[in-house]
Design a protein around this ligand. Structure first.
Ligand SMILES: C[S@@+](CC[C@H](N)C(=O)[O-])C[C@H]1O[C@@H](n2cnc3c(N)ncnc32)[C@H](O)[C@@H]1O
Length: 211
């Protein structure tokens, strides 16, 4: 089946993408909502999570993506593959991650990945960047103690900007890594590595308020 065609970028500040999503009903979308949760933000076609869900049946995987046709296609493929530990949600994560995850008890999210988020290079587009303080705060609230965040991008200045947003938070500690810790690479990661270009990666782990 041909891949669904979509715009390369959508403006996340336009009124359509400011609409509030419904909270995800975990008991409806996962066969066992009690499994540890891995959230991938800006998942595009969701192929990374598709493979992760196949090889890690003891986890639930949730992808969030702003381009709705990609979400519909990814959910169709997950259903065809009978993967009941995988779901994709259409939402603008820069505004609505907290609403989307409002059924997730605080302090229970085990893993978050943000991989090659769109750069919006120009200064006039800074406000369109997905990883902002609100997104980071929403992640940290939901993250379990020892819960981890994995970040990677090929854009050096954007990597520093994103890493700094997490560094500003005292309940996470930074972990140096030089490779993707997962068995699966994202589509963008493969494309960047095939060109021999560098990838900037970092892990953060929640250490709790008392540390
Ligand atoms: C360059 S792609 C990378 C996709 C995938 N993570 C990978 O590594 O192959 C970035 C993705 O983030 C999505 N995205 C950008 N801003 C977003 C937002 N505010 N909320 C949700 N998704 C967003 C884009 O639509 C796009 O699919």
């Amino acid at each position: 089946m041909p891949r669904v065609r979509v715009h390369q970028h959508v403006n996340p500040l336009s009124p359509f993408y400011r609409q509030e999503p419904k909270p995800i009903q975990f008991s409806r979308v996962f066969a066992d909502p009690g499994l540890p949760l891995h959230l991938d933000i800006g998942c595009a076609r969701g192929r990374f999570l598709l493979k992760m869900a196949e090889i890690e049946p003891g986890w639930n995987f949730l992808g969030v993506e702003i381009r709705e046709p990609l979400v519909n296609e990814a959910n169709r493929i997950a259903a065809e593959e009978n993967l009941h530990n995988l779901h994709y949600a259409f939402a603008n994560a820069m505004f609505w991650l907290d609403v989307l995850l409002s059924e997730v008890p605080n302090g229970t999210l085990q893993m978050v990945t943000i991989q090659f988020p769109d750069p919006w290079f120009k200064k006039k587009h800074v406000k369109r960047r997905m990883v902002n303080k609100e997104l980071v705060d929403a992640i940290i609230v939901k993250l379990a103690d020892s819960g981890r965040i994995f970040l990677q991008t090929d854009i050096e200045f954007l990597a520093e900007e994103i890493f700094n947003l997490f560094r500003q938070n005292e309940v996470v500690r930074e972990i140096e890594i030089d490779a993707n810790p997962f068995q699966v690479k994202t589509e963008r990661e493969v494309a960047v590595e095939d060109k021999g270009q560098p990838v900037y990666r970092k892990k953060f782990e929640k250490i709790g308020k008392s540390v």
